[in-house]
Design a protein around this ligand. Sequence first.
Ligand SMILES: *[C@@H]1O[C@H](CO)[C@@H](O)[C@H](O)[C@H]1NC(C)=O
Ligand SMILES: *[C@@H]1O[C@H](CO)[C@@H](O)[C@H](O)[C@H]1NC(C)=O
Ligand SMILES: *[C@@H]1O[C@H](CO)[C@@H](O)[C@H](O)[C@H]1NC(C)=O
Ligand SMILES: *[C@@H]1O[C@H](CO)[C@@H](O)[C@H](O)[C@H]1NC(C)=O
Length: 430
Amino acid sequence: MYIALKTEAFAKLFFLVSCAGLVMYGILAFYTFHTAYTTVVDLEKYNQNFPLFEGYKGDRFYTDLKYILVWTTPEYFQNPLGEGQAPFVKYDCPFYNCYLSTKKDLLNGDYKNFDAVFMDIGFLRKWKKMALPRVRSPAQKYIFHSMRSSDETPICTINSDNYFNWTWTYKLSSDIVTPFIEVRDLEGNRISPRLTVRWKSNMTKLSQKDKERMNTKKKAVAWVMNSCRTRTNRMVFVKSLRNALREHSLELDIYGCKMLPCPNDDCRKLLERDYYYSLVYESSHAEDYVTDEVLKAYHHDVVPIVKGGANYQRFLPEGSYLNAENTTVQKLAAHIDYSIRNLDVYYDYHRWRNHYTIKKFDYWQGLCQLCELLHSRASLETFSSYEKFRSWWYTDTLKDRCYPKGAENMVDVLSYMDSKNKVNKTVVTN
Ligand SMILES: *[C@@H]1O[C@H](CO)[C@@H](O)[C@H](O)[C@H]1NC(C)=O
Ligand SMILES: *[C@@H]1O[C@H](CO)[C@@H](O)[C@H](O)[C@H]1NC(C)=O
Ligand SMILES: *[C@@H]1O[C@H](CO)[C@@H](O)[C@H](O)[C@H]1NC(C)=O
Ligand SMILES: *[C@@H]1O[C@H](CO)[C@@H](O)[C@H](O)[C@H]1NC(C)=O
């Protein structure tokens, strides 16, 4: 009896809650329809069809849209970002009110109406005047984008100087920075990459359990080649390191690219079980270019021996890696030998595990940042320009890379001669 009563009361309550829900739903539906409709009108002003996104989420969506033109040509049709508002929703950005398009005539048939123009390196490398916008509005932000290393893809033409307003690359001096990896502390705070990082100086020793996990290791160094052909001749260094290790009766095994095969094309398990160290030799030697290759070591109980053009202090926990850059292979080999014979020294390279996590960086955060930047009036309306863009992007001497092959005309040639190659990113604020 008591139970029956209770169920009845519950049913009433349930009914009431449902009614309230329905009313709320109605209000919400009206609101979304209303806002959606006003934007349709807004876009209709620009007389174009465009894909509306289903599943509105209130006014994160439709107030004050900023338009981004992804600049492409029929020869180079690549839009890494997606079309419309959908990408911002898909990646759950704090702001959805940006609109991406490759359609140059979307806004009244005039691309000067876009708030920003996004250009990818793949397209820009072959800088062809004809393929670029012919006129630009001083109010627009031109955005340079690249996740390819600057060493692999320098830009030679003088026309690129004083052309871009914002940059979106892996380089830490970009306006939108999307590195390949990030380090967080155990509370989840982002620690690196950053220009200066204060790494914990006294990290906790590795636990016995962790040490035991690593006691199957018996080989010194592995190198798993990620790409077979690169601009840097990596084999020269690797062979000399191998010779130096042999002096200590240690081996350096090379996997991939017609060397040793990886079991099931995946060497990670093997690294974890057998190797103390693995060489992480970036395919490109460039500032801030630290790819997620390093995770193959960190995520598998292996200590990376890094070799690349970055200042690794900005990226990786101190004392978690060996840097092969400014040392001799003899010293490196001697140290590897010493740490394997004194395992406590070796285990200390794993102490970061008690304090940090190292993960792949979510590239799509860059897209969200772009939308946020466009909605910050201060950023949008502040004049900014990369005066010496070429030297900002490619920090070695342009002459070596660009002349004579990349030089289009005499102006370019002279500009390499002149180039003092000081990084000059001036953001002039009025
Ligand atoms: C180092 O660790 C010890 C023990 O955890 C602590 O007492 C000491 O304050 C730490 N020193 C620094 C400089 O953080
Ligand atoms: C290596 O040496 C060069 C030249 O002395 C220096 O500019 C660079 O910062 C050094 N790199 C590291 C990782 O110490
Ligand atoms: C963008 O850069 C160009 C070229 O330097 C400049 O003319 C324009 O005023 C800049 N616009 C903004 C909004 O910063
Ligand atoms: C960088 O740009 C500023 C502003 O135009 C200029 O004053 C300065 O001389 C430039 N520096 C170099 C090294 O070119």
